[in-house]
Design a protein around this ligand. Structure first.
Ligand code: GDP
Ligand code: MG
Length: 245
Protein backbone atom coordinates (compact mmCIF):
# COMPACT_ATOMS: atom_id res chain seq x y z
CA UNK A 1 0.00 0.00 0.00
CA UNK A 2 1.39 3.37 -0.95
CA UNK A 3 -0.46 6.52 -0.06
CA UNK A 4 2.49 8.89 -0.33
CA UNK A 5 5.92 9.06 -1.93
CA UNK A 6 8.17 10.54 0.75
CA UNK A 7 11.59 9.60 -0.56
CA UNK A 8 12.54 7.53 -3.60
CA UNK A 9 15.67 5.37 -3.45
CA UNK A 10 16.73 4.50 -6.98
CA UNK A 11 18.89 1.37 -6.91
CA UNK A 12 21.01 0.69 -9.99
CA UNK A 13 23.22 -2.41 -10.32
CA UNK A 14 26.22 -1.96 -12.61
CA UNK A 15 28.91 -4.22 -13.94
CA UNK A 16 31.05 -2.63 -16.64
CA UNK A 17 28.57 -0.02 -17.86
CA UNK A 18 31.00 2.88 -18.43
CA UNK A 19 29.38 3.91 -21.72
CA UNK A 20 25.83 3.80 -20.32
CA UNK A 21 25.76 4.80 -16.66
CA UNK A 22 26.25 8.55 -16.88
CA UNK A 23 23.28 9.12 -19.15
CA UNK A 24 21.11 6.86 -16.99
CA UNK A 25 21.90 8.57 -13.67
CA UNK A 26 21.85 12.09 -15.13
CA UNK A 27 18.44 11.53 -16.68
CA UNK A 28 17.05 10.17 -13.41
CA UNK A 29 18.60 13.04 -11.45
CA UNK A 30 17.03 15.61 -13.76
CA UNK A 31 13.66 14.00 -14.44
CA UNK A 32 12.64 12.47 -11.12
CA UNK A 33 10.16 14.87 -9.58
CA UNK A 34 10.13 13.38 -6.08
CA UNK A 35 12.69 13.65 -3.24
CA UNK A 36 15.37 11.13 -4.14
CA UNK A 37 18.62 9.33 -3.52
CA UNK A 38 20.42 7.46 -6.30
CA UNK A 39 22.34 4.36 -5.21
CA UNK A 40 24.67 2.66 -7.67
CA UNK A 41 25.75 -0.85 -6.64
CA UNK A 42 28.79 -1.75 -8.63
CA UNK A 43 30.30 -5.23 -8.94
CA UNK A 44 33.89 -3.97 -9.09
CA UNK A 45 33.76 -2.84 -12.72
CA UNK A 46 37.08 -2.64 -14.51
CA UNK A 47 36.05 -0.27 -17.32
CA UNK A 48 35.87 3.02 -15.40
CA UNK A 49 32.22 2.84 -14.33
CA UNK A 50 33.19 3.50 -10.70
CA UNK A 51 35.05 6.75 -11.49
CA UNK A 52 32.22 7.98 -13.70
CA UNK A 53 29.74 7.47 -10.86
CA UNK A 54 32.05 9.17 -8.35
CA UNK A 55 32.65 12.13 -10.68
CA UNK A 56 28.94 12.61 -11.30
CA UNK A 57 28.83 13.67 -7.66
CA UNK A 58 25.19 13.05 -6.82
CA UNK A 59 25.12 9.23 -6.44
CA UNK A 60 25.81 7.02 -3.46
CA UNK A 61 28.26 4.36 -4.60
CA UNK A 62 28.36 0.92 -3.03
CA UNK A 63 30.88 -1.68 -4.13
CA UNK A 64 29.44 -5.19 -3.96
CA UNK A 65 32.19 -7.60 -5.02
CA UNK A 66 29.94 -10.67 -4.85
CA UNK A 67 28.59 -11.59 -8.30
CA UNK A 68 24.92 -11.54 -9.23
CA UNK A 69 22.17 -9.13 -10.24
CA UNK A 70 20.01 -10.16 -7.27
CA UNK A 71 22.88 -9.86 -4.81
CA UNK A 72 23.60 -6.32 -6.03
CA UNK A 73 19.96 -5.25 -5.79
CA UNK A 74 19.59 -6.71 -2.32
CA UNK A 75 22.68 -4.83 -1.11
CA UNK A 76 21.36 -1.60 -2.61
CA UNK A 77 17.94 -2.04 -1.04
CA UNK A 78 19.47 -2.75 2.37
CA UNK A 79 21.08 0.70 2.19
CA UNK A 80 17.98 2.46 0.83
CA UNK A 81 16.29 5.04 3.05
CA UNK A 82 13.26 5.80 0.87
CA UNK A 83 9.75 4.53 1.49
CA UNK A 84 9.76 3.66 -2.21
CA UNK A 85 12.56 1.83 -3.99
CA UNK A 86 12.96 2.02 -7.75
CA UNK A 87 15.17 -0.64 -9.32
CA UNK A 88 16.47 -0.13 -12.83
CA UNK A 89 19.44 -1.32 -14.92
CA UNK A 90 22.38 0.99 -15.52
CA UNK A 91 22.77 -0.15 -19.11
CA UNK A 92 20.69 2.52 -20.82
CA UNK A 93 18.09 0.05 -22.15
CA UNK A 94 15.16 1.24 -20.05
CA UNK A 95 13.55 4.59 -20.77
CA UNK A 96 14.35 6.09 -17.36
CA UNK A 97 12.59 9.35 -18.33
CA UNK A 98 9.39 7.45 -17.54
CA UNK A 99 10.32 7.06 -13.87
CA UNK A 100 7.63 9.50 -12.64
CA UNK A 101 4.93 7.36 -14.27
CA UNK A 102 5.81 4.50 -11.95
CA UNK A 103 5.68 6.68 -8.84
CA UNK A 104 2.46 8.43 -9.84
CA UNK A 105 0.88 5.02 -10.35
CA UNK A 106 2.12 3.75 -6.96
CA UNK A 107 -0.04 6.39 -5.30
CA UNK A 108 -2.92 6.35 -7.76
CA UNK A 109 -3.43 2.59 -7.39
CA UNK A 110 -2.25 2.34 -3.80
CA UNK A 111 0.14 -0.27 -5.17
CA UNK A 112 2.89 -2.32 -3.60
CA UNK A 113 4.74 -2.60 -6.89
CA UNK A 114 4.55 -0.89 -10.28
CA UNK A 115 6.36 -2.53 -13.18
CA UNK A 116 7.27 -0.74 -16.40
CA UNK A 117 6.12 -3.06 -19.18
CA UNK A 118 7.96 -3.11 -22.49
CA UNK A 119 5.28 -5.15 -24.20
CA UNK A 120 3.48 -2.30 -25.91
CA UNK A 121 6.37 -2.05 -28.33
CA UNK A 122 8.57 -5.11 -27.81
CA UNK A 123 9.92 -5.26 -31.36
CA UNK A 124 11.99 -2.19 -30.85
CA UNK A 125 14.87 -3.69 -28.94
CA UNK A 126 14.00 -7.03 -27.38
CA UNK A 127 15.55 -9.98 -29.22
CA UNK A 128 13.24 -12.75 -30.40
CA UNK A 129 14.62 -15.27 -27.87
CA UNK A 130 14.17 -12.85 -24.97
CA UNK A 131 10.66 -11.96 -26.16
CA UNK A 132 9.52 -15.58 -26.48
CA UNK A 133 11.21 -16.59 -23.21
CA UNK A 134 9.64 -13.65 -21.40
CA UNK A 135 6.18 -14.44 -22.80
CA UNK A 136 6.34 -18.11 -21.79
CA UNK A 137 7.59 -17.26 -18.29
CA UNK A 138 4.95 -14.54 -17.95
CA UNK A 139 2.16 -16.86 -19.09
CA UNK A 140 3.12 -19.49 -16.53
CA UNK A 141 3.57 -16.93 -13.79
CA UNK A 142 0.22 -15.22 -14.44
CA UNK A 143 -1.59 -18.53 -14.63
CA UNK A 144 -0.15 -20.02 -11.46
CA UNK A 145 -0.13 -16.86 -9.36
CA UNK A 146 -3.40 -15.31 -10.52
CA UNK A 147 -1.93 -12.14 -11.99
CA UNK A 148 -2.37 -10.16 -15.20
CA UNK A 149 1.18 -8.95 -15.85
CA UNK A 150 2.57 -8.68 -19.37
CA UNK A 151 6.31 -8.33 -18.69
CA UNK A 152 7.53 -10.29 -15.66
CA UNK A 153 11.14 -9.83 -16.71
CA UNK A 154 11.04 -6.06 -16.53
CA UNK A 155 13.83 -4.79 -14.33
CA UNK A 156 12.33 -1.31 -14.03
CA UNK A 157 10.04 -1.32 -10.99
CA UNK A 158 8.88 0.86 -8.15
CA UNK A 159 8.47 -1.12 -4.95
CA UNK A 160 7.13 -0.34 -1.49
CA UNK A 161 10.07 -0.59 0.91
CA UNK A 162 7.83 -1.90 3.64
CA UNK A 163 6.45 -4.65 1.39
CA UNK A 164 9.83 -5.88 0.17
CA UNK A 165 11.17 -5.95 3.71
CA UNK A 166 8.43 -8.42 4.60
CA UNK A 167 9.32 -11.07 2.02
CA UNK A 168 12.31 -13.40 2.02
CA UNK A 169 14.29 -13.46 -1.22
CA UNK A 170 17.02 -16.01 -1.76
CA UNK A 171 17.84 -15.85 -5.46
CA UNK A 172 21.16 -14.13 -6.14
CA UNK A 173 21.04 -13.66 -9.90
CA UNK A 174 18.42 -12.83 -12.55
CA UNK A 175 15.73 -15.10 -11.00
CA UNK A 176 15.61 -12.61 -8.11
CA UNK A 177 13.20 -10.46 -10.13
CA UNK A 178 10.80 -13.39 -10.59
CA UNK A 179 11.16 -14.56 -6.98
CA UNK A 180 10.04 -11.10 -5.92
CA UNK A 181 6.88 -11.46 -8.02
CA UNK A 182 6.19 -14.94 -6.63
CA UNK A 183 6.50 -13.72 -3.04
CA UNK A 184 4.43 -10.59 -3.68
CA UNK A 185 1.63 -12.66 -5.22
CA UNK A 186 1.68 -15.01 -2.24
CA UNK A 187 1.33 -12.08 0.13
CA UNK A 188 -1.58 -10.74 -1.92
CA UNK A 189 0.31 -7.51 -2.69
CA UNK A 190 -1.07 -5.22 -5.36
CA UNK A 191 1.04 -5.19 -8.55
CA UNK A 192 0.28 -3.03 -11.59
CA UNK A 193 2.02 -2.06 -14.81
CA UNK A 194 2.67 1.15 -16.74
CA UNK A 195 3.88 1.26 -20.35
CA UNK A 196 7.42 2.16 -21.28
CA UNK A 197 9.74 1.58 -24.22
CA UNK A 198 12.95 -0.38 -24.52
CA UNK A 199 16.18 0.58 -26.24
CA UNK A 200 19.07 -1.50 -27.47
CA UNK A 201 22.33 -1.57 -25.59
CA UNK A 202 24.81 0.91 -27.06
CA UNK A 203 27.86 -0.15 -25.03
CA UNK A 204 29.03 -3.37 -23.38
CA UNK A 205 27.46 -6.79 -23.27
CA UNK A 206 24.52 -8.38 -21.51
CA UNK A 207 25.40 -10.50 -18.48
CA UNK A 208 22.27 -12.60 -18.96
CA UNK A 209 22.99 -16.28 -19.44
CA UNK A 210 19.75 -17.23 -21.13
CA UNK A 211 19.73 -20.97 -20.51
CA UNK A 212 20.93 -20.86 -16.90
CA UNK A 213 18.58 -18.00 -16.00
CA UNK A 214 15.65 -19.68 -17.78
CA UNK A 215 16.05 -22.81 -15.66
CA UNK A 216 16.43 -20.78 -12.47
CA UNK A 217 13.36 -18.68 -13.26
CA UNK A 218 11.13 -21.69 -14.02
CA UNK A 219 12.31 -23.52 -10.94
CA UNK A 220 11.53 -20.38 -8.88
CA UNK A 221 8.00 -20.30 -10.30
CA UNK A 222 7.37 -23.99 -9.66
CA UNK A 223 9.04 -24.08 -6.24
CA UNK A 224 6.73 -21.28 -5.18
CA UNK A 225 3.81 -23.58 -5.87
CA UNK A 226 4.92 -26.19 -3.38
CA UNK A 227 2.50 -24.60 -1.03
CA UNK A 228 -0.96 -26.13 -0.96
CA UNK A 229 -2.53 -22.86 0.03
CA UNK A 230 -1.24 -21.17 -3.11
CA UNK A 231 -2.75 -23.86 -5.32
CA UNK A 232 -6.11 -23.55 -3.57
CA UNK A 233 -6.15 -19.75 -3.85
CA UNK A 234 -5.20 -20.00 -7.49
CA UNK A 235 -7.97 -22.42 -8.35
CA UNK A 236 -10.59 -20.16 -6.75
CA UNK A 237 -9.21 -17.14 -8.57
CA UNK A 238 -9.26 -18.70 -12.00
CA UNK A 239 -12.74 -20.07 -11.53
CA UNK A 240 -13.90 -16.51 -10.89
CA UNK A 241 -11.78 -14.66 -13.44
CA UNK A 242 -11.20 -16.93 -16.43
CA UNK A 243 -13.67 -15.00 -18.59
CA UNK A 244 -11.75 -11.74 -18.08
CA UNK A 245 -8.73 -12.87 -20.07
N1 GDP B 1 26.73 -5.11 -9.41
C1 GDP B 1 26.39 -6.00 -10.36
N2 GDP B 1 25.60 -5.61 -11.38
C2 GDP B 1 25.27 -6.54 -12.33
C3 GDP B 1 25.70 -7.89 -12.26
N3 GDP B 1 25.21 -8.55 -13.34
C4 GDP B 1 24.49 -7.65 -14.05
N4 GDP B 1 24.55 -6.44 -13.45
C5 GDP B 1 23.89 -5.20 -13.87
O1 GDP B 1 22.51 -5.45 -13.84
C6 GDP B 1 21.84 -4.84 -14.94
C7 GDP B 1 21.14 -5.90 -15.79
O2 GDP B 1 22.09 -6.72 -16.41
P1 GDP B 1 22.14 -6.94 -17.99
O3 GDP B 1 23.45 -7.54 -18.33
O4 GDP B 1 21.77 -5.68 -18.70
O5 GDP B 1 21.02 -8.04 -18.19
P2 GDP B 1 19.82 -8.03 -19.26
O6 GDP B 1 19.11 -6.71 -19.07
O7 GDP B 1 19.01 -9.21 -18.89
O8 GDP B 1 20.47 -8.15 -20.59
C8 GDP B 1 22.93 -4.07 -15.70
O9 GDP B 1 22.94 -2.72 -15.28
C9 GDP B 1 24.22 -4.79 -15.29
O10 GDP B 1 25.36 -3.96 -15.38
C10 GDP B 1 26.53 -8.27 -11.14
O11 GDP B 1 26.96 -9.40 -10.99
N5 GDP B 1 26.84 -7.29 -10.23
MG1 MG C 1 19.96 -4.92 -19.56
Amino acid sequence: MTSKVELVSVVIPTLNEAGNILEAVTTIYKELEYPKEIIVVDGNSTDGTIDIVKDAGFCKLIIEPRRGYGVALKTGMKNAKGNIIVMVDGDGTYEVRHINRLLDMMVQKDADMVLATRMYDPNKAMGLMNFVGNKVITYFYDFFYSQFLSDTQSGFRAISHEAIDKVKLNEGDMAYATEMLVQFAKEGYNMVEVPTTYKSRKYGKTKLKKFKSGIEIFSTIFRGLLDADMVRKNEEFWQKNWFKR
